[in-house]
Design a protein around this ligand. Structure first.
Ligand code: OGA
Ligand code: NI
Length: 362
């Protein structure tokens, strides 16, 4: 596919704009009025609500009552929010901190050192500043580094940052630990959907699932009221585990038409349900739109781990969740086909999963 070999315009790292101390942002980053963030509490923003915080200590522990209670909390969070923060998740806090610090060090390197990893739209691996390939698109105020983690055959550590020197090793270990957490969460969700414990894992490819990792960098912005760090979208995969920066907010989640700013709990992961879980659960669980706002005071870093289906496996609503009263809402589709949309169009709310709705034949 030739049109995916290169970006339609020269890529400008947002960090380079930020570091030039410009007072106004280029037109390419100015969102239409209706898409701009309201930065003060008001009709569009609810400052008092927040996503649930769930302690996972007793998930799969010995105490039956506490285990059941944890499952119930996960179930409500998946239904009401599509998002929660997980504490006592089993991933080493020290590893989380070291991995985030390593990525901060990477983004602090001179631009030339990062640009040797410049990515292309054919694989997205490497250092980049846009997702969609549409010429003339309005862009988001962020840079990122994306890499493939699973399957192992697609893991190419030589494309990961060589600087800081600890980075490759940290990402490998971090990925191993968060993969285990994703497996536990899929079990919990399977049980909550009254499916067999390993149902979701198997439906997404068993040992052959995919996973990607995105370190996001949101530079300071002189006009944060005109743009977004990341436009509204739902995540295309199964589950996302996000490690946000510890002392600056930015992530907003849509709930009942309002944007809720997530206040990160120290050492927690922000967990969210992706589009593939919405498909498999036949919309009992829904992926939820989220976006990132930026600010003029502080840059922000976040690490997102995307747990995805095996790329060539058709995903469709679980037979057990389909019946006369609940016809299958989505046609089968592989993740390879599915992710082309976001790669062509960039983040576009929930338009993709809506367009997948079957016409009643399924
Ligand atoms: C994402 C995402 C949020 C953030 O990468 O899909 O939603 O806070 N990131 O960086
Ligand atoms: Ni996301």
């Amino acid at each position: 596919m030739n049109h995916l070999q290169s970006w339609p315009e020269p890529v400008v790292p947002v960090q380079s704009l930020s570091e030039n101390h410009i007072r106004t942002i280029p037109d390419r980053y100015i969102k239409p009025i209706s898409d701009r963030p309201a930065l003060k509490p008001g009709s569009e923003i609810d400052e008092h609500l927040d996503i649930p915080v769930i302690d996972l200590l007793n998930l799969f522990g010995k105490d039956r009552a506490l285990h059941d209670e944890t499952l119930r909390r996960i179930s409500s969070a998946c239904k009401d929010w599509g998002f929660f923060q997980a504490v006592n998740h089993g991933v080493s806090h020290e590893l989380m901190k070291r991995t985030r610090d390593a990525w901060r060090e990477f983004f602090n390197l001179p631009l030339e050192s990062k640009q040797q990893y410049a990515n292309s739209p054919s694989t997205y691996e490497g250092y980049g500043s846009r997702v969609g390939v549409e010429k003339g698109a309005i862009l988001d105020w962020s840079d990122y580094f994306f890499l493939n983690y699973l399957p192992v055959a697609e893991r190419n550590q030589s494309k990961w940052p060589a600087q800081p020197t600890s980075c490759r090793e940290l990402v490998a270990e971090y990925g191993a630990q968060v993969t285990k957490l994703c497996e536990r969460l899929l079990k919990a969700m399977s049980m909550n959907l009254e499916l067999k414990e390993d149902y979701l894992q198997n439906a997404f490819g068993g040992d052959d699932v995919g996973a990607g990792f995105r370190a996001g960098f949101y530079p300071k912005c002189p006009q944060p009221e005109l743009t977004l760090g990341l436009s509204p979208h739902s995540d295309p995969g199964c589950i996302t585990l996000l490690l946000p920066d510890h002392d600056v907010t930015g992530l907003q989640v849509r709930n009942n038409g309002k944007w809720i700013t997530v206040k990160p709990v120290p050492n927690a992961f922000i967990v969210n349900v992706g589009d593939q879980i919405q498909v498999l659960s036949n919309a009992i669980y829904k992926s939820v739109e989220h976006r990132v706002i930026v600010n003029s005071e502080k840059d922000r870093i976040s690490l997102a781990f995307f747990y995805n289906p095996k790329s060539d496996l058709p995903v469709q609503p679980a037979e057990e969740l389909v019946g006369e009263d609940q016809p299958a809402l989505y046609k089968p589709m592989t993740f390879n086909e599915y992710r082309l949309y976001i790669r062509m169009n960039g983040p576009r709310g929930k338009t993709q999963i809506e367009s997948l709705k079957s016409d009643g034949k399924y």
